[in-house]
Every structure is written in C-alpha cells, then in structure tokens.
Write a protein that binds this ligand. Structure first.
Ligand code: PAN
Ligand code: ZN
Length: 184
C-alpha cells in the first residue's frame, strides 16, 4: 500500500492517495436557519474541509473508509458552523468519530426526528449507530478536527436532510452552546 499517515496532534491525514474537499459558504445554501445571514457573508469562506482515504472503490462491500474533517470556528446568525449532515444511504451502516482538537457537538438524529447531542473535545470517541443521521457543529473558538471511519458501501443520503433538516440546532445563547429543538 502507498504511504499513509496521521498526525494525531493535528488530526490531519497524509499520503498520495488522500483526497481533499472543501465546503464553502456558497455550497451551504439553506443549511443554516438564518439563510439571509448566510447569503450576506463572504461566500468564499471555507466552513469545513474533508480529507479522505478511500481504500477501495466507493460502494464496495466489506471495506472501510477513513476521513478527517476540520470545521472552522464561526456562526451564521447564532448557529455554529457545521457539516451538512447525512444518513448513510444504506441505513444500517454505523460509523466512528474521534475528536483530535477543538470543541464541538455531534448531533445524532433518529429516523423519526428525535435529536440528541454528544459533546466533542480532544480525545472524545463517538459511536454513530445504524439508522442515525449525523452532523457536527464547531462550538469553540478554534478549528474542530475529528477522524471518522465508516463502511465503504455506506454511501451518503444528503437529500433527506436537505428536505427535512435536523429536529434540533446548535446555537449560541447567552454566550453558551445550546441544543434548541424545533417547535413542531
Ligand atoms: C464524514 C462526513 C464529513 C463531512 O466523513 O462526510 O465529516 O460531513 P458531511 O458529509 O455531512 O458534509 C462521514 O460521516 N462520513 O460518512
Ligand atoms: Zn457518515
């Protein structure tokens, strides 16, 4: 196998085969509650970066993928910068997240919408069960980096979240991160 390495201090992964993708504000329309606030911000601003090692072709049964995500500190209105979030396309595929630096919250949503948050801090390890949508918010003042490992056939269903959103959002209230449930 070609060289592949992790710097555990920073959480970044390195190697010829590592792919990199950036998500900028213009790609996150309608992700945050305050869409007008997002539209007024610098659209080229990077919200998060993903480093990916796909050991086998996507969709292969029985393999594992490895990733590292860094979310910049920031907010859209009072809502923290966060990932788009997704269910896995094959719903019964689980995943691990492990935080290397920064502070954040892992939002976990069950199929009927029940949403909880697990605090993320350096060293925290998170098991994302099957059938659970997942999204991470950076609730701190520095970049938040976490590692991820998931099955190579899991796939990503972003459409369900684009349509329905999460039932709860991580927002800053009285200078503190709080999980606010949607009024239904
Ligand atoms: C992660 C995520 C990564 C970016 O590798 O894909 O953190 O978040 P979004 O995919 O929601 O934009 C993962 O959960 N893979 O399955
Ligand atoms: Zn995932």
């Amino acid at each position: 196998m070609k060289s592949l390495s992790i710097d555990f201090a920073s959480g970044h992964i390195f190697g010829e085969a590592v792919q990199r993708a950036e998500k900028r504000l213009f790609e996150l329309a309608n992700v945050f509650e305050d869409e007008e606030a997002r539209a007024r911000m610098d659209q080229d601003q990077i919200v998060y970066t993903v480093e990916l090692f796909l050991a086998v072709p996507e969709g292969t049964e029985g393999g594992l993928f490895w990733g590292s995500t860094t979310i910049q500190p920031g907010r859209v209105g009072n809502e923290y910068f966060m990932t788009k979030g997704h269910f896995h396309a094959i719903r019964n595929r689980a995943e691990y997240y492990a935080t290397t630096s920064g502070m954040g919250a892992l939002l976990l949503m069950e199929p009927l919408g029940e949403t909880r948050a697990e605090p993320m801090r350096p060293g925290s390890l998170h098991y994302i069960p099957a059938d659970t949508a997942h999204r991470v918010a950076n609730t701190g003042n520095e970049p938040l980096t976490f590692l991820a490992c998931w099955p190579s056939d899991a796939g990503h269903d972003y459409k369900t979240i684009e349509r329905d959103g999460f039932q709860a959002r991580m927002v800053e209230i009285d200078a503190k991160p709080q999980l606010v449930q949607r009024k239904s």
